[in-house]
Write a new protein. Structure first.
Length: 311
């Protein structure tokens, strides 16, 4: 058994096709097939179910792939540690961020990241939180920006900031002439929320639980942008995180944001990485840059162009 065979194993598990896996590994298909069969013979078990149209992992294969990912991640960590020792702050870092934060945070922080780390190649991935966590644990990401809490003792968390929630309502809504409301007032309204799998949905449901509000049963959005468009169309109200809300000044004639007078609904954002990662010192410095946000980004009321400040 060698590292090349483990790479072939993981590639086949990812692509579920011998030709695509061979292309990804830059080898001929017979070479990859031979090495996979050799690995199965050495282990004494079938790792894949083969059929003319698809390839599936067996239970033994699923276990082997998980172990192979960890071994390859450790080897990459060794290589990265060596690179870091010879060229500090140079190389590549793979960073993940979830969809209801990435489009609003990254444009604000990336100029500062590039200025602080001019030699660093930052590869960005946008996925739902559970998928980011899986990639982080498997070594396919070096770090991920996630909402707390994350219960995993193998990961280090560097807190970044607290992002408050606002209530977004259409301009013709009965609340549109107010600047704020109390949490318990939400119980009078049905909120439009994201579909299952988004951490923002879980956070919004927690606010609903605390306030007595209910979810509107007729609609679940696939993205935060869809929610915003539904509010702009006058079809309901929703909770909006501050960074997304800050970019809504252009819609102030059709959309209004209300702050909460009590309860302070918010989400905590942190930068996570494996405790064993060789990039730990670099990621700590990256967290400092990500944490340095202008105050107006976390409170649209501080931006004179928004409807809240102008009222």
């Amino acid at each position: 058994m060698n590292l090349r065979e483990l790479q072939y194993l993981v590639a086949l598990a990812d692509h579920r096709n011998f030709r695509r896996a061979a292309d990804a590994c830059l080898v001929a298909q017979p070479t990859l097939s031979t090495q996979i069969r050799k690995l199965e013979d050495e282990l004494g078990v079938a790792l894949f179910e083969r059929s003319p149209r698809k390839v599936m992992l067996t239970p033994a294969g699923q276990d082997a792939v998980g172990r192979a990912r960890r071994i390859l991640a450790e080897m990459e960590g060794m290589r990265e540690a060596a690179r870091r020792l010879s060229r500090p702050e140079a190389g590549t870092a793979r960073l993940g961020v979830f969809p209801t934060l990435g489009p609003y945070l990254l444009p604000e922080v990336m100029p500062g990241v590039r200025a602080r780390f001019p030699q660093l190649q930052l590869l960005l991935t946008e996925e739902k939180s559970d998928q980011l966590l899986a990639r982080l644990r498997e070594g396919r990401l070096d770090a991920a920006i996630l909402a707390l809490p994350v219960h995993d003792a193998s990961l280090h968390c560097e807190p970044l900031f607290e992002e408050p929630f606002f209530l977004a309502v259409p301009r013709n809504h009965e609340l549109a002439n107010r600047e704020s409301l109390r949490m318990e007032e939400l119980s009078r309204y049905n909120l439009m929320l994201l579909e299952d799998g988004h951490c923002l949905r879980d956070q919004a449901l927690e606010v609903c639980h605390l306030s007595g509000a209910q979810e509107g049963s007729e609609f679940r959005a696939t993205s935060l942008e869809t929610l915003r468009q539904m509010v702009l169309a006058g079809l309901g109200v929703t909770l909006m995180p501050a960074l997304a809300a800050t970019g809504m000044a252009a819609y102030s004639d059709r959309l209004h944001l209300l702050r909460f007078e009590n309860g302070n609904p918010s989400r905590q954002i942190g930068l996570f990485w494996r405790r064993t990662s060789a990039l730990g010192p670099l990621l700590k410095e990256l967290a400092v840059v990500l944490r340095d946000l202008p105050p107006k980004l976390l409170d649209p009321r501080n931006d004179p162009s928004t409807s809240l400040a102008a009222r």
